[in-house]
Design a protein around this ligand. Structure first.
Ligand SMILES: Cc1ncc(C[n+]2csc(CCOP(=O)(O)OP(=O)(O)O)c2C)c(N)n1
Ligand SMILES: [Mg+2]
Length: 566
């Protein structure tokens, strides 16, 4: 580590800081721009996974950030490496995930000449990342890396990008290490909690919405205890179902895309909404229609770790600047009213949820994704992880899967296609003993599917389910709705995904009938290899409740947006 003169290269100082801050895993695509940092991994105790595309490396790291609440770590090269990684950076921004992306940079003396692959990272990531910076002096690495860990985790978490000039990484410096960082808890004040107590005592029809980041298993358990004591219905926001046990008697269902209409009515009809951790952004707010803006029609208590988020869209009746962790433990101090006016509401909400999710709907075609999700929910262990990207195939997962434990659902609230597979890669690296299933679409999987090679290389037996309807189905659905019958750029000619899996050294099976899924899944598990289950679905089955033809006919009857059909 240290030479005789106590000097280390910038690369060595950098990787030493990561070890000190508790990093166990990092993901990269190598580049000559940061060779000295790569070299430092050679004899340090961090597992470095080399990926096939920087979006895969950045997303795998983001998933680790989501799972642990500590920054996921990714290294990419300058220029194209950084722009390829931007998918993961944007996801971390919208999902409020701590992530640090280290980017190689041209040598200091060449900056500003548009040298080979040179970019100004502060400008490029200035609005996408929470902080983008560059390290000019190896002696400042401990300070800046410590700052980056704090910045990524504190308040509303997010991505940090740090550019590393090539010659800075080679320069030697004598500098003391920083000490290990810990995310700073944000507790609600006593006044906040007593005001909340009063609001709850005055409420007739309250509901809780849980979302965002900065949750832990303990916070989720504390929220469940609070809900039980107060008999409060609790809903989770888009892709945050794992924050509350779906079979808990207070669970009211998820407020995402295509939610239970009864849940929407319940939220709209509430006189008090306690929103914990979420931003109530476009998807959960049903395109900003659920709450009036800026003054919600009900009393809104907004609890968020980022002070800047409070009052940004909605003017809350009570704004509480706290992280879900600190806030949920403070909930233990609140007392329910003696005679709960909304008694029975949680039970009804939960019954509505169970009825909405119990049985798969009938859809055209021999493979019913709903029935497959029901099989997974009945057969996977409670701690199994399911990842997903973006596409209509998720409609079945979000409706019929019932998350039982915190930290089991990993989906991008940013709706980024291609998220599921690299996220699974990151999570299987972190939790090799847990079952990890990637639920994907044909378009979705091939956005990042080249990293199937990485799963094979590192022996990560992830099970990928590819729902192949031969289409960018979501966009086709919107097309039929707005421009009925005018199909442009949404049909896909797909590879044989079984042959794809085999060619990479994994296992693959074709599933052409729902009933064949359990055996294919069991066989995939038995092989112990990364696997792809190729499900042939009918493109007509566009959502759990409607078909492409029905959407087109409705649009034709009503007149779409296209001039031809007006
Ligand atoms: C990176 C990215 N590019 C494009 C989109 C727009 N988009 C949303 S869903 C979708 C189609 C998804 O296709 P597929 O994975 O096959 O799922 P399907 O909708 O057919 O079930 C597209 C192109 C997106 N969300 N993310
Ligand atoms: Mg598709």
């Amino acid at each position: 580590m240290h030479g005789k003169d106590n000097m280390r290269t910038g690369g060595e100082i950098l990787v030493d800081q990561l070890v000190i801050h508790g990093v166990r895993h990092a993901f990269c695509v190598p580049g000559e721009s940061y060779l000295a940092a790569l070299d430092a991994f050679y004899d340090r105790d961090i597992k470095l996974t080399v990926c096939r595309h920087e979006s895969g490396a950045a997303i795998a790291a983001e998933a680790i950030g989501k799972a642990t609440g500590r920054p996921g770590i990714c290294f990419v090269t300058r220029g194209p490496g950084a722009t390829n990684a931007s998918a993961g950076i944007h996801i971390a921004k919208q999902d409020s995930t701590p992530l640090i992306v280290f980017v190689g940079q041209v040598a200091r003396a060449m900056r500003g000449r548009e040298a080979f692959q040179e970019l100004d990272y502060r400008a490029v990531f200035g609005t996408m990342a929470k902080w983008a910076t560059e390290i000019d002096d190896p002696a400042r690495i401990p300070e800046i890396v410590s700052h980056a860990f704090h910045m990524a985790c504190n308040g509303r978490p997010g991505p940090v990008v740090i550019a590393l000039p090539e010659d800075m990484l080679i320069e030697r410096a004598a500098v003391a290490d920083a000490s290990a960082f810990e995310p700073v808890e944000i507790w609600p004040g006593l006044t906040d909690m007593s005001r909340l107590q009063k609001l709850l005592w005055a409420a007739k029809k309250p509901i809780v919405l849980a979302g965002g980041s900065r949750w832990t298993e303990a916070a989720s358990a504390a929220l469940m205890r609070f809900a039980e004591r107060f008999q409060l219905p609790v809903s989770t926001t888009f892709r945050r179902q794992h924050l509350f046990d779906s079979l808990h008697p207070c669970y009211a269902g998820d407020c995402g895309i295509g939610p239970n209409p009864k849940l929407l009515a319940r939220i709209k009809g509430a006189d008090l909404v306690l929103l914990i951790g979420g931003r109530m952004s476009e998807m959960p707010s049903q395109s900003y229609t659920l709450f009036d803006i800026p003054e919600p029609q009900m009393k809104l208590v907004h609890v968020h770790p980022g002070a800047e988020e409070l009052g940004r869209v909605y003017h809350p009746h009570l704004a509480i600047n706290a992280a879900p962790t600190g806030f949920c433990s403070a909930l233990e101090g609140l007392q329910p009213p003696n005679d709960i006016p909304w008694k029975g509401e949680a039970d009804t909400a939960h019954a509505d949820y169970l009825a909405w999710t119990e049985t798969a709907t009938k859809v055209p075609g021999a493979v019913n994704l709903g029935e497959i999700v029901v099989w997974l929910r009945d057969n996977l262990p409670d701690d199994a992880i399911i990842t997903n990207g973006a596409g209509n195939f998720n409609g079945w997962l979000h409706r019929f899967f019932r998350a039982r434990k915190f930290g089991t659902q990993f989906g991008p609230t940013s709706g980024s296609m291609g998220y599921g597979f690299p996220a699974a890669l990151g999570l299987k690296t972190l939790y090799p003993e847990r079952t990890v299933v990637c639920w994907s679409g044909d378009g979705d999987f091939l956005m990042t599917g080249q990293d199937f090679a990485t799963a094979v290389q590192y022996n990560l037996p992830i099970i990928v389910v590819v729902a192949d309807n031969g289409a960018y189905g979501t966009i086709r659905m919107h097309q039929e709705r707005d421009y009925p019958g005018r199909v442009v750029a949404t049909a896909l000619k797909n590879p044989d995904f079984v042959a794809y899996a085999l060619a990479f050294g994994g296992y693959g099976a074709l599933v052409e009938k729902t009933a064949d899924f359990p055996a294919a899944f069991a066989q995939a598990q038995a092989t112990g290899k990364p696997s792809i289950l190729h499900l042939k679905t009918d493109p007509e089955a566009i959502t759990p409740t409607t078909t492409l033809t029905a959407i087109r006919e409705k649009a034709l009857a009503g007149g779409g947006k296209s001039g031809t059909h007006r």
